[in-house]
Design a protein around this ligand. Structure first.
Ligand code: WT7
Length: 631
């Protein structure tokens, strides 16, 4: 199933469009099924109703673990690199990982988990996180991993939305020089989560935690009570595998639902092809398993292909900005898959951190999460890849399950800041505001996908209508990505960024409405409007315009309070980079905030603000401009 030449890519692409069922049917033969499908695909985008590999039975963990045991049981599956480089790294072979997943699966069962139950996972980047994820999949429970940076309230909302029965967490997490009290946060969250019966706690940072009688149990104790034999649950291809919450343009995050069969095929196929993974190579994706990148390209994709996946607990700059390069040297990493924001941050330290580091093992480089600017692209290419490692700029989304538009390493000619061409099976189209297709090359439009692919979301948990409204109703018969896109003279795609009210901060998706709601919870705030602005390292920064009448006190203190509120409500990742106190917001006569104007002001534009004649009170714009100059 691996594409080795551009000619083959073209042939496979053609086939995938002309005969998608045959194409994906053949790809799926490379996986292990308990029972074959009777139909590869049935679909409509109106409901939407999408079924891949109907009738097929499988368990994804048999594909990620069991099937490798005979041939590669002693091969490393996961290499764990701790936050603190002085601690030992840990290697888990496929045999060891299989054993530990089975054992923990039995722990889940012992604590009442059954097929179909939802389980929330809130953990640091340790091997047990991957084990917890796979153990859920082993018994057919649905995991909902919540990133360790989210607040108690965010966790509670997610747990309640999915009605989780169990929570898996740890005492705490290390993040560079900081410690995050995960269990404390969970304790706060669980006060408002009536569905949660049990909480399994891993010892990691050894900080004291309070254990609630009857609810909380220790991971280490539990595993002693069970053995390591656990037959995998037989799952239908369209049974739910996991839920992952993601932000949109409206208030509350949605639970994106992925199912077992299609997701597995798509994550495995794209991993193998995009990175041109070769047996025995060491692959390092720096994402967190709390995001889709970690699900698909630390856990499921690599393991389904029998790869060796590095799992890194720490951050790029701890204990020094050499950390990534030390890891590359230490584990002889062949593929490094990271985010533009990390590249830009490391770039800013100059070449010193690279001195004396042996990066010769690197063969393929990857980028994900946001548009990569040319400067960062060239730095990555020259300083890290020494001009010899192809860069795969991979465009995709939580909803797409896997990479959609990307070069195929060693096959596709790359171009700085272009995600280049669609993978086989992916049919992108650009449309104008009215949904009319924009044909030809050298054009721009809104990016949609016109045909299903196996890794696509099936629904948003508990609210199918919302899935329909968000993705399938903007344009008839199309999946709308929310991204703007250029198709250049070569037919290459370049993603230009979101066209909705969604921000991309350090590769993390944050809804402006969500941040506004959080700010508005502060007692002194009357109203707020949040927009993005270009930020050197984060890609986009968060700029908040806040109506805050009682400004006699300490302005800086008030801003601090607001940041606290946002941290409490969402998490530190959503903290505004800039807060500007204003007495009013530019609104239309019907009361709609003119974000276009605020965006321009946030970008530093003070003269060409476009048409302001429809504003209720044009004077407010002058006031905001003057105030913004002083910020
Ligand atoms: C949004 C999806 C899926 C990986 C992590 C983010 C932006 C993602 C690229 C890229 C330009 C990109 C898009 C997309 N994005 N990759 N290579 N070039 N933009 O997942 O949180 O679901 O966000 O990230 O705007 O819609 P996500």
């Amino acid at each position: 199933m691996q594409i080795t030449s551009f000619k083959q890519y073209e042939e496979d692409y053609k086939k995938s469009v002309e005969n998608p069922e045959q194409f994906w049917g053949e790809v799926a033969q490379n996986f292990q099924w308990r029972k074959p499908w009777f139909k590869v695909l049935s679909w409509n985008f109106n409901e939407p109703n999408i079924k891949w590999f109907e009738g097929a039975k499988l368990n994804i963990t048999e594909n990620c673990l069991d099937r490798h045991l005979a041939t590669s049981g002693d091969k490393p599956a996961i290499i764990w690199e701790p936050n603190n480089p002085e601690e030992e790294s840990v290697t888990l072979t496929y045999k060891m990982l299989h054993e530990r997943v089975c054992r923990f699966a039995n722990v889940l069962k012992r604590n009442g988990a059954k097929k179909g139950d939802r389980i929330c996972i809130y953990m640091p980047m340790v091997p047990e996180l991957a084990i917890a994820v796979l153990a859920c999949a082993r018994i057919g429970a649905v995991h909902s991993v919540v990133f360790g940076g989210f607040s108690a309230k965010s966790i509670a909302d997610r747990i309640n939305d999915a009605q989780c029965k169990l929570v898996i967490t740890a005492d705490g997490a290390y993040r560079g020089s900081k410690q995050i009290p995960l269990k404390d946060v969970i304790d706060d969250a669980l006060i408002g989560c009536p569905t949660v019966e049990k909480c399994i706690v891993l010892t990691h940072v050894r900080t004291p935690v309070s254990m609630l009688k009857g609810r909380d149990v220790w991971w280490e104790d539990e595993v002693k009570h069970v053995n390591d034999i656990c037959e995998a649950e037989e799952m239908d291809a369209e049974d739910m595998l996991f839920i992952l919450y993601t932000s949109g343009s409206t208030g509350k995050p949605k639970g994106v639902v992925h199912t077992c069969g299609g997701y597995m095929v798509y994550a495995g196929y794209t991993f193998s092809n995009v990175f041109n993974y070769q047996p025995g190579e060491v692959y390092f994706c720096t994402a967190d398993i709390g995001w889709i990148t970690g699900h698909s390209y630390i856990v499921y994709g690599p393991l389904s292909q029998g790869a060796t996946s590095v799992l890194f607990e720490g951050i790029p700059t701890y204990p020094s900005p050499s950390r990534f390069w030390d890891i590359v040297e230490k584990h002889k990493v062949n593929t490094l898959y990271t985010a533009p924001t990390a590249i830009r941050s490391l770039m800013s330290y100059g070449e010193e951190p690279l001195n004396g580091k042996d990066l010769s093992s690197i063969r393929v480089l990857g980028s994900v999460g946001e548009p990569i600017n040319e400067e960062a692209w060239h730095w990555f290419d020259e300083k890290i890849g020494h001009g010899k490692a192809p860069i795969v700029d991979t465009w995709w989304q939580t909803e797409t399950g896997g990479i959609m538009i990307s070069p195929i390493a060693t096959v596709t000619k790359t171009k700085p800041s272009f995600a280049t061409l669609p993978l086989p099976g992916i049919q992108p189209i650009l449309v104008d505001e009215n949904g009319k297709e924009i044909e030809g090359n050298g054009v721009m439009g809104n990016l949609c996908i016109k045909f299903p692919w196996p890794g696509m979301l099936r629904t948003t948990y508990g609210d199918h209508e919302r899935c329909k409204q968000t993705y399938f109703s903007t344009y008839e018969n199309l999946y709308f990505t929310g991204d703007g896109c250029l198709r250049d003279e070569d037919g290459y795609y370049r993603i230009t960024g979101r066209v909705d009210d969604v921000l991309n901060v350090s590769g993390h998706r944050i809804g402006t409405a969500e941040v506004e709601n959080a700010i508005n919870m502060h007692a002194g705030v009357v109203e707020s409007a949040v927009v993005g602005y270009p930020h050197d390292v984060k890609g986009q920064g968060i700029y908040a315009f806040v109506i805050y009448p009682e400004m006699h006190g300490d302005v800086e203190l008030s801003k601090k309070d607001i940041l606290q509120t946002v941290t409490r409500v969402i998490g530190a990742i959503a903290k505004p980079d800039k807060i500007l106190f204003v007495s009013g917001l530019p609104k239309t006569r019907s009361g709609k905030i003119m974000r276009r104007i605020l965006r321009k002001i946030a970008e530093g534009e003070t003269t060409n603000l476009g048409d302001t004649s429809t504003l209720l009170d044009p004077a407010v714009v002058e006031e905001i401009i003057e105030a913004s100059k002083k910020l």
